[in-house]
Ligand binder design. Sequence first.
Ligand code: MIC
Ligand code: SF4
Length: 642
Amino acid sequence: MGLTLAQKIIKNHLVGGTMKAGEEIALKIDQTLTQDATGTMAYLEFEAMGIDRVRTEKSVAYIDHNTLQSGFENADDHRYIQTVAKKHGIYFSRPGNGICHQVHLERFGVPGKTLIGSDSHTPTGGGIGMLAFGAGGLDVAVAMGGGAYYITMPRMIRVNLTGKLNPFVTAKDVSLEILRILSVKGGVGSIIEWGGEGIKTLSVPERATITNMGTELGATTSIFPSDEITKAFLKAQGREKDYQPISADPDAMYDRVIEIDLSALKPLIACPHMPDNVVTVESLKGTKVDQVCIGSCTNSSLLDLLKVAAMLKGKTVAPSVSVSVSPGSRQVLSMLADCGALSDILASGARLLECACGPCIGMGFSPNSGGVSLRTFNRNFEGRSGTRDAKVYLVSPETAVAAALTGEITDPRLLGEAPVVSLPEQFRIDDSAVLAPATPEEAKTVEVLRGPNIKEFPKTKPLDESISAELTLKVGDNITTDHIMPAGSKILPYRSNIPYLSKFCFAVCDESFAERSKAAGNGFVVGGENYGQGSSREHAALVPLYLGVRAVIAKSFARIHAANLINAGILPLTFSNPADYDKLNQGDCLTLNDLKKGMKEGKIMLTNEKTGETIPLVCSYTDRQREILLAGGLLAYTKASN
Ligand code: MIC
Ligand code: SF4
């Protein structure tokens, strides 16, 4: 029987386990990337492992999230990452050089290779046929040290594309369509492989928009084959030598096949506050818009922004709308400038922001109170924009421009002729903002500079035989890591200062949580389905750990967050019977009994001391995960096994 595309890459990188869906496998990792909001912690963890030099083919540290520098904190972190990268063999992409996923696609990604990144949108690399995963910082640190990356062997979902997109219908609409079909948890435990005749009509940046947003499906990753289109992109980036064709065998077997006819799609829009809350743009016609943001790792490529410039050319944005454009990379920005497209954008009245994540992560450009913001981004979780009561919608760049020009949600197909834009045969190549690491000899004299913003990790201890604690917080379904550990310009600078960050833990759900939790000393959190979806930030585990959370009991978990909880030494446990969720109330005192035996058997009993009821919980830890939890987290486990 033939193999799927992802199975082929997995097979080439398998260093442990068998390729049977649901079983744990260990993969050799060729490349890693970090961004600054998770990178500081990842490098502190890498240093704690005591390895001199990275053992990957290429590791790159990007600065793209925390570029506001409204105090010393961000600058301290940048300097720390720059020096630690230089010392340990990691390339350093300077602030302003662009968003990690966009730059990595342009300059470093290689078809057929594996990549893990401390950012959940690392699967963007699937746009050029890489098998790329988002992971917690500690997993990235381990991979930098040459260790394997462990995942559950995913199921394979194939999406067959037929037809061709109509004018003003885009790759973003394909992403929104698959979210409409599958929902934010429909991809959990699966790799999404894109294929069919229709993919021949999609360029690499369009494919990358689609693999980028596969993260919002909860998918382990998403991937396109590497073909002539990939080759042309790499050639235009001066990297033809990195090209290798790779595709699924014709007789590969999939667990599920979904058909999408590109010609039948319409412009789509995700409504507040979930990316799968998708309707057609025409159905919201006339809704007043206060803000439009164009950019983010989903839609900030040269192709996207050339279209935006062509649509804005000679026009002025509506007086009631504030418009921002953040190019994905310095390459994109300089090429927009070279061809005059930048002037068209500026002349329309749009504001140009830095080549960085910016508004996507609440780093500036927050909407007005109760404002309606149309964004070309990938997430519209409540509060993420920095304005708690804002209503954020996700759209394509074309739909964003239509709203910018008219002041209301408008189907872009009503705007006349769609711009026809193609990718250049040669991109402008200038890697001067990527600093190479020191040679092993020079590295000995490189001093790693740490500022006062960098604080110690929370302490962990080996797991006890039983845990009794209060249920300090009960939450519902689809809790995101933005609920657990919010980002935004006021909090993000403290990503290396867990004690400070802890004040904001779960603040979106319950402002008293941090204080109550700290006072209780030990605690449990109860959640619904898909607990921990969204970002890869391990802070959503490290901060609860600092606040005494010992276990999270939920109906189901998002993949990266469950791994981060285990890495932090917190038990992720699921209800054997989801209806038991209703038997637990905030404030109840709970006891987990016979943990060691239960973990081995995969079944742990929970007693609700208040009602006397016993509730069965399940866990399916691998031997390795059990050892990690027993040791009190991955760092303790790695130290003990070295
Ligand atoms: C995000 O989009 O939420 C982030 C910020 O890029 C995160 C990483 C982080 O929290 O630092 C992600 O998606 O992993
Ligand atoms: Fe940055 Fe937003 Fe992409 Fe996250 S989703 S990496 S914050 S641009």
